[in-house]
Write a protein that binds this ligand. Structure first.
Ligand SMILES: [Zn+2]
Length: 229
């Protein structure tokens, strides 16, 4: 098994991994209310675990996850969603630093929906690449390519997305079952407030199928895109 977590490797190992494959994954999620049965960091933990599993197949390294996200269940207990421009500026700066380190492919993976965050990051990536290209022309330098990908877009079975429902609850049961409290759904009044009621049907087995299927599909997508250069 490859060791892919950036923060766990030495500087030398990071340089060697980059020489082998100039690819870095940047997971981002949110801190957001996810019902009475799920942890608020679900989107981020999922994005991080997903990047690690994909990188074990494709090579490259995975940055530590960014819990600071934007737009969603504002005002709900446990939600800490920052301003759009703060999150975009943070991620743009991360991209700049990674590009300066020499990474050719920077893949941002956002685990948070609605897709406002994804749209903003795609816009940022396009803008940054256009600017880098204009600059690179003058300097004659190769510049990084930035892609934004979504683990829910490659779910192997329907439905592909929900908030705290069958999809997210199953994924979390598989990834961190110790953090899921299914009993709360039976005992708490208003248990389904703010989440999809399909969460009661979630199983660890479904989470495993969903997670592994989406990892396969994204790894294939990355090989296709990155392979093309
Ligand atoms: Zn979520």
């Amino acid at each position: 098994m490859r060791r892919v977590k950036f923060e766990e490797r030495t500087a030398e190992e990071i340089a060697a991994a980059r020489a082998e494959r100039s690819l870095v994954y940047v997971p981002i999620g949110s801190l957001e209310f996810h019902g009475c049965h799920l942890p608020v960091g679900l989107d981020t933990m999922h994005a991080h675990a997903f990047c690690v599993a994909v990188a074990e197949k494709t090579g490259g390294v995975v940055l530590p996850p960014t819990y600071w996200g934007t737009q969603g269940h504002e005002g709900w207990e446990g939600s800490m969603l920052l301003k759009e421009d703060v999150v975009v500026a943070l991620m743009r700066n991360v991209v700049e630093v990674l590009a300066a380190m020499g990474y050719e492919w920077i893949i941002i993976v956002t685990g948070h929906h609605p897709d406002v965050q994804g749209v903003l990051l795609r816009e940022m990536a396009e803008e940054w690449m256009a600017e880098a290209k204009a600059e690179g022309k003058a300097e004659g330098k190769a510049k990084a390519k930035v892609l934004v990908m979504d683990p829910f877009a490659v779910q192997p079975i329907e439905p592909v997305l929900d908030h705290g429902g069958l999809v997210e609850t199953s994924l979390m049961l598989h990834l961190r079952g110790d953090l899921v409290d299914m009993a709360r759904l039976r005992t708490k009044e208003d248990a389904f407030k703010g989440v999809a009621e399909s969460c009661v049907d979630a199983t660890r087995k479904e989470g495993k199928v969903r997670f592994e299927g989406s990892v396969e599909r994204l790894a294939a997508k990355v090989e296709e895109v990155v392979g093309k250069g």
